[in-house]
Design a protein around this ligand. Structure first.
Ligand code: 4NP
Length: 150
């Protein structure tokens, strides 16, 4: 069973959106999300992110923010970062025996040159963020399927 952790800065906009999107597309995967910061620990996702997700059929409302922890690097197969800063923060946190594969989530997106999901907390572009997240989720699932093909 593939275990996937999405990581952003606050764990209230991008990574919980990615968690809800991938869970909806692949209910059999183990999916979670976390923030590199502890700023919003225990809080639900940001209201406009909940609303934008809900309009596309994704339920973010039960999610609660948490911070990345050392055990994540062995508890998950994939840790997918929303931007380059998240990825470098994760590399700095990773213990020497980390088994999880670290990547930018958008490495899996087809049809975009973007490397990062722009933070809608600042850009206010919740639709654009969801568009990129959906593209990357589709590409990620296609890679998993390819990898599991005999
Ligand atoms: P996220 O967005 O990393 O996508 O959850 C942010 C949410 C809140 C803050 C920064 C980024 N903040 O500064 O509180």
């Amino acid at each position: 069973m593939t275990r996937v952790l999405f990581v952003c800065l606050g764990n209230i906009c991008r990574s919980p959106s990615a968690e809800a999107v991938l869970r909806a597309k692949a209910p059999d995967l183990t999916v979670d999300s976390a923030g590199t910061s502890d700023w919003h620990v225990g809080s639900p996702p940001y209201g406009p992110a909940i609303e934008a997700g809900s309009a596309r059929g994704y339920d973010l409302s039960p999610l609660r923010a948490r911070q990345v922890r050392e055990s994540d690097f062995s508890d998950f197969d994939w840790i997918l970062a929303m931007d380059d800063q998240n990825l470098s923060d994760l590399r700095a946190l990773a213990p020497s025996d980390a088994s999880a594969e670290l990547s930018l989530f958008l490495e899996f997106a087809r049809g975009t040159e973007a490397r990062a999901v722009p933070d809608p907390y600042y850009t206010r572009d919740f639709e654009g963020a969801l568009d990129l997240i959906e593209q990357a989720a589709d590409g990620f699932l296609a890679e998993l399927l390819k990898a599991s093909a005999p």
